[in-house]
Design a protein. Structure first.
Length: 118
């Protein structure tokens, strides 16, 4: 479903039109561009709610928000990549999966030992 600015403000009670427009200008929310202006989808609505949580509930300052958003975006990207890797691995024969898991555990164990040595 698609929403215009006014529908977003009506749907997310904690955001003002002014805040929403500022967040779009800053690139913190990236709606599609329609003939009548920005068009928001459910992902954009979730992002607006996240910004409300960070800005209004957690009182993060405007200069800190881009850093936090970048970290959250990177975390989500990493999760997408890991899901894709898991799917690709699940399609491999058992011996290949076993070899990859053993190699992972070998590397994972090595990094823990190295970290503990410092």
């Amino acid at each position: 479903m698609n929403f215009d600015e006014h529908m977003v403000v009506a749907r997310v009670k904690r955001v003002t039109l002014r805040d929403l427009r500022f967040w779009v200008r800053e690139g913190w929310v990236r709606p599609a561009h329609g003939e009548a202006g920005p068009v928001f989808d459910n992902v954009d609505i979730a992002r607006v709610r996240l910004l409300c949580d960070l800005k209004k509930d957690m009182s993060l300052s405007t200069d800190v928000l881009p850093v936090v958003l970048t970290l959250i975006d990177r975390l989500h990207q990493t999760r997408r990549e890991l899901r894709a890797l898991k799917e690709a691995l699940s399609e491999q024969p058992d011996d290949v999966r076993r070899t990859v898991v053993e190699k992972y555990h070998g590397l994972h164990g090595s990094s823990e030992e190295t970290a503990g040595d410092h």
